[in-house]
Design a protein. Structure first.
Length: 209
């Protein structure tokens, strides 16, 4: 099964229910379209549902409401043909609630195991690393071993570089002392020009010191 992301469901809704029709009365005649929407929603990984709490409540209610209506229409031919309003959301139909929630979500987000990066105070770096870890988890779950290995390596490099850049002068001095031991030659002065071997070796020595 292909990976489903929020924007795919948004695109589907906007394709089958254009803006000038989405608030029209929906019902039994739209059962196939509504079923397609909830089926795709069910395939979105939980970690990508990053909307605010109010939008999430509407999203859940909208999805459940459609699912219940489809079940009712399937088993009771005498049931009302229209998709009734949802209590608490009288002016917005179920499809709009789903659309509103998903438009606030990203197609890339950190997985559950990426939550422990609060020690990194740079918001942009932390967000990028969280997204990368999430992508590593996704690749692993999909059996994409090469992608997982490459991305995991670059994430480790970024974390080690962050740690060493907290005191670059100390890192450069320590690296020079390892020439002829762990390193064949002195690493470049610019820490960003180092390779993973440099980062791992020096950081490991620092931790053992």
């Amino acid at each position: 099964m292909p990976r489903i992301v929020p924007s795919q469901v948004v695109d589907l809704i906007q394709k089958i229910f254009p803006a000038d029709r989405i608030e029209n009365t929906l019902g039994r005649g739209n059962a196939g379209q509504l079923a397609a929407i909830v089926n795709l929603v069910d395939g979105i990984p939980e970690e990508l549902l990053t909307m605010d709490s109010n939008s999430y409540a509407g999203f859940v209610c909208g999805t459940a409401h459609i699912r219940q209506a489809l079940k009712t229409w399937s088993h009771d031919r005498s049931a009302r043909d229209t998709l009734d309003p949802i209590p608490g959301f009288p002016y917005v139909n179920a499809v709009s609630l789903i659309l509103n929630g998903l438009t606030k979500c990203s197609d890339a987000s950190a997985g559950p195991s990426a939550k422990d990066l609060e020690f990194i105070k740079d918001d942009d770096l932390r967000a990028n690393l969280r997204n990368d870890i999430g992508e590593v988890n996704r690749a692993l779950s999909d059996g994409e071993w090469k992608a997982a290995t490459v991305l995991a390596g670059s994430t480790i490099e970024a974390l080690l570089l962050w740690a060493l850049e907290r005191n670059p002068a100390e890192a450069a001095t320590a690296a020079s002392k390892l020439v002829g031991k762990a390193f064949d030659r002195k690493p470049p002065t610019d820490l960003e020009s180092w390779v993973l071997h440099h980062y791992i070796t020096l950081r490991w020595r620092q931790m053992l010191a």
